[in-house]
Ligand binder design. Structure first.
Ligand code: NOJ
Length: 520
């Protein structure tokens, strides 16, 4: 029998924004426990928690200062254990976010490393002398666009950081780093954690010779490079696969096996496929080509075709449309038009494989304009390439209409709330034509096998407007345009319609989507 994540529905909870149980304006673990019945009602199999470990929060938990703890702002170890224990009988597993590429500057390992080149912790990080003529050792750039190196004045050496200077990169050439992470994995697996989403999964190993990254070319995917450089030496090294083979052995030694879901920021389908190894590396790997695809039939269908063509036999694809780093799917894919979001949800939930929904996707939450004075994200704001500040996709879950959106009783949540008068869970639960009802129906059909998540993908037709595909014995048709499109469908039962009357007289309405079951 397959494992739960093969074809399962995983739900990303941005912990600080999901549910505030204690009225301090910040979401917390106990709040998630309070909302488990909702997630189980929705049909979720696994919950991925955005970072929960102690952190000075320069990058909201992606700068870990203790890999074995829980950030007190989010709760206690007891709260996390309760959440895991309460999720289990509801048929849901809990995944944590693991950040192995870098630690926080405040982590005791880095603090010790700063004592000087002779400290035994020094080699846990990547250090290098200045380059010829002084300045950074090579041309690698950090996510914000500046040099990926910061000078440690007391030793005259630079340390590497692919993100903020407050996030020094670990040195994965040092076997001791690997051993420490083996222990971290086991520590959490022993506590019932069902797996990890692995941050920067493609980037842990860097070129041992610290060679310069070459310039990006026109053929590169716009998101593949970094500020004009193609990341062939600062990330994407082949040796990263050794790490995942080793972690896979650890994950598979548990019963039930634990799951490894990589943030694989690669744009070549064969490179993506490589993260699955021969069934001996990651179980699941995020597909960013899909997430960043234009929202039209030819582009989306091409990504799916290429992904399916590249993945090894038995590998489970992952489909996602939003996360905490990018604009939400309603705003990015659907140009802010919620009426298009049903098409997105049908695609995400019918393509064979695992779906990862971001909290709020199921109700069509849109980005929220966060005034600069209330911004919380340092990296997003500092990005000279004009990436939208990430705060806009991290605002509180809209549970109900009202001042705190049912998220908090505090007068000021940590980020401003969106328009919960228009968009909220409570109203959509009552409305059979809502996005929430659609998502729930899609997930329940997946569970029942009516939408076969392990089925074979078959491209039936791709036009300017229409995309039709078969998944096992079901057929999906999506109209990704503003005009109605005639469609020929098999004579099976209409299992799902993105909105009432989306299909009429053989014409699929604008942004309409339907799923037709096996003809009897
Ligand atoms: C990817 C995470 O998703 C993002 O939020 C974070 O800033 C970087 N990795 C650095 O950890």
């Amino acid at each position: 029998m397959g494992q739960w994540w093969q074809g399962g529905a995983i739900y990303q909870v941005y912990v600080r924004s999901f549910m505030d149980s204690d009225g301090d304006g910040v979401g917390d673990l106990a709040g998630i426990t309070q909302r488990l019945d909702y997630l189980s009602w929705l049909g979720i199999d696994g919950i991925w928690l955005s970072p929960t470990m102690p952190s000075p929060n320069e990058d909201w938990g992606y700068d870990v200062s203790d890999y074995l703890g829980v950030d007190p702002a989010l709760g206690t170890m007891g709260d996390l254990e309760d959440l895991i224990a309460e999720a289990r009988p509801r048929g849901m597993a809990v995944l944590l976010d693991l950040v192995p590429n870098h630690t926080s500057r405040e982590h005791p390992w880095f603090q010790a490393a700063l004592r000087g080149p002779d400290d035994p912790h020094r080699d846990l990080y990547v250090w290098a002398p200045p380059g010829p003529g002084g300045g950074p050792p090579n041309n690698w750039l950090a996510a914000g666009g500046g040099p990926a190196w910061t000078l440690d004045p007391s030793s005259g050496q630079y340390y590497l950081h692919q993100f903020l200077p407050a996030q020094p990169d670990l040195n994965w050439w040092n076997p001791e780093v690997g051993e420490r992470f083996d222990d971290i994995l086991r520590w959490w697996f022993d506590r019932g954690v069902a797996g990890f989403r692995i941050d920067v999964a493609h980037g842990l190993v860097k070129d041992a010779l610290l060679r310069d990254d070459p310039p990006a070319s026109e053929d590169d995917h716009p998101m593949a490079g970094r500020h004009g450089l193609r990341r062939v030496y600062s990330a994407n090294r082949p040796e990263v696969h050794d790490i995942y083979r080793r972690w896979r052995r650890i994950a598979d030694s548990y019963d039930p096996a634990r799951v490894l879901l990589g943030e694989t920021w690669v744009f070549d389908p064969h490179q993506l496929a490589a993260f699955y190894g021969d069934g001996d590396e990651l179980h699941l790997a995020f597909n960013f080509s899909f997430l960043f695809s234009d929202f039209n039939a030819p582009c989306l269908a091409r990504v799916v075709r290429e992904t399916m063509g590249a993945l090894p036999e038995g590998a489970c694809p992952v489909w996602t449309g939003s996360n905490h780093d990018v604009s939400r799917l309603v705003s990015r894919w659907c140009a802010g038009e919620r009426s298009r979001a049903g098409a997105a949800l049908v695609l995400l939930c019918t393509l064979p494989g695992t779906v990862v929904l971001y909290y709020g996707d199921e109700i069509g939450m849109a980005d929220v304009d966060v005034p600069v004075a209330e911004a919380r994200d340092r990296m997003g704001l500092g990005d000279p390439e004009g990436q939208p500040p990430r705060d806009r996709a991290r605002t509180p879950m809209q549970w109900e209409a009202g001042p705190g959106c049912g998220f908090t009783s505090a007068p000021r949540p940590w980020l401003p709330v969106g328009d919960c008068l228009q968009v909220n869970v409570a109203d959509q639960r009552e409305d059979p034509g809502s996005l929430l009802s659609l998502t729930r129906r899609l997930l329940s059909l997946r569970r029942d096998g009516m939408i076969p998540t392990g089925g074979r993908y078959e491209e039936v037709a791709v036009g300017d407007r229409l995309w039709v595909y078969g998944v096992g014995e079901a057929t999906v048709a999506v109209n990704l345009s503003d005009e109605g499109a005639p469609v020929e469908l098999p004579d099976g039962p209409l299992l799902v319609s993105s909105s009432p009357g989306a299909l009429e007289d053989g014409v699929l309405g604008p942004w309409g989507a339907v799923v037709v079951g096996r003809p009897s």
